[in-house]
Design a protein around this ligand. Structure first.
Ligand code: FMN
Length: 372
């Protein structure tokens, strides 16, 4: 028995599993290729990358796989002005720079993402699916990608967002539950009121839209995959589960932190990037948050730029206390396996979970008496 759905067949996959696009390090072409070659859908994240680098990485991915893969970027969001007084934000990071042997941090420049050039590189990437998060893509871009035959996927954290994406013309929706690792995709309202768990979010989005839904957030093994399909999803998108893989580009300290973490050790924070994102609690997160009343967290993308040197040095020096340890609430279920083996294991576990449910279905549950 193999688990398949109309979406899985449409995308030419063997398993209802998407590798979550993971920008900022974990999402390498090697990881995406290994996942695609194993019959799931690998994704190349290109947020934060210039067009030239996007071209280079997608070429590397095409060298490693002839199977379908996806590409992912952030929807363009207006950059706010840099707050006039950024001294408190610099001060808290300066302490950490001192400990890492870095010179004092500098005020970040308003480095707008070169969206237009980046999008041209996306169109030429050879990806068969294009997904995005943080909002909506302009209509002309959606049409340009469709004209290339790309399958378009938006990210929703509420039913309202899923409906906005459907109206914008996407082909499928990722339902990102509040358990999910890293950035919240929320774009229609404040993030606090959009923290809906995967179990509640998926069936409500499935009922509201007439598009395939991909469940994401806290799914770590075959049981989670079968549960998501039972809720009406046609595939799952898994991030944290793939971070410890040898093909992932996450620093070793990040991989080790995930393998050692428990379900109650993550929280959503703005500390590292200025946007809410879930990660394992560490000294940098707690320190920046503790000082945050004094305006020490800049808005995205400035805070992201401000903490970049600290995170880079921490990765090189193996100092997890200064890294953004992005992870979802399913951390305790993480394992260190090569990506192809993990995909095979997930598929086998999902089959076992289905068999177990089938066996349960064979048990006769006594009916309640009509007189009770
Ligand atoms: C390290 C990391 C980086 C991520 N980067 C992106 C990204 O670039 N684009 C995106 O659409 N989602 C991104 N996500 C979110 C995932 O798509 C997905 O919603 C999340 O990983 C699901 O939760 P899980 O980590 O519990 O599986 C990222 C997740 C992680 C853990």
């Amino acid at each position: 028995m193999s688990l398949t759905t109309p979406l899985v067949r449409k995308l030419g996959l063997q398993h209802p599993i998407f590798l979550a696009p993971m920008a900022g390090g974990p999402g390498t072409p090697e990881l995406a290729a290994a996942v695609s070659n194993a019959g799931a859908l690998g994704f190349l994240p290109i947020a934060y990358l210039p067009a030239a680098r996007t071209r280079e990485l997608s070429a590397r991915l095409r060298e490693h796989t002839g199977r379908p893969f996806g590409i992912n970027l952030f929807a363009p969001v207006p950059t706010p002005p840099l707050p006039e007084d950024s001294a408190a934000a610099l001060e808290v990071i300066a302490q950490f720079h001192g400990e890492l042997g870095l010179s004092a941090p500098k005020l970040p420049e308003a480095a707008a993402e070169p969206f237009d050039e980046q999008f041209d590189a996306v169109l030429e990437s050879g990806a068969s699916a294009l997904s995005f998060t943080f909002g909506l893509l302009p209509n002309d871009r959606i049409q340009a990608a469709k004209a290339r035959g790309m399958f378009i996927i938006g990210t929703a954290t509420t039913v309202e967002e899923a409906l906005l994406l459907e109206r914008a013309g996407v082909d499928a929706v990722v339902a990102q539950g509040s358990e999910a690792g890293a950035h919240r995709g929320t774009f229609a309202r404040d993030f606090e009121s959009s923290m809906i768990g995967t179990m509640a979010l998926v069936p409500q989005i499935v009922d509201a839209v007439s598009l395939p839904v991909i469940a994401s957030g806290g799914i770590m093994d075959g049981r989670g995959i079968v549960a998501a399909l039972a809720l009406g999803a046609q595939a799952v998108q898994m991030g944290t589960a793939f971070i410890p893989c040898p093909e992932s580009g996450a620093p070793e300290a990040h991989k080790a932190a995930i393998l050692a973490a428990a379900e109650n050790q993550t929280r959503v924070t703005r500390a590292f990037s200025g946007r809410p994102a879930r990660g394992i609690i560490n000294r940098a997160m707690a320190g920046i948050e503790a000082a945050s009343d004094t305006g020490s967290v800049l808005p995205y993308p400035y805070q992201n730029a401000l903490t970049r040197a600290m995170r880079g040095a921490a990765a090189k020096q193996g100092r997890p206390e200064f890294l953004s340890l992005w992870a979802g609430q399913g951390v305790r279920l993480a394992r260190r396996l090569p990506a192809a083996e993990l995909v095979a294991r997930l598929a086998a576990e999902a089959e076992t979970a289905m068999h177990r449910l089938g066996a349960l279905g064979g048990v006769t549950v006594p009916r309640a008496s009509s007189t009770n």
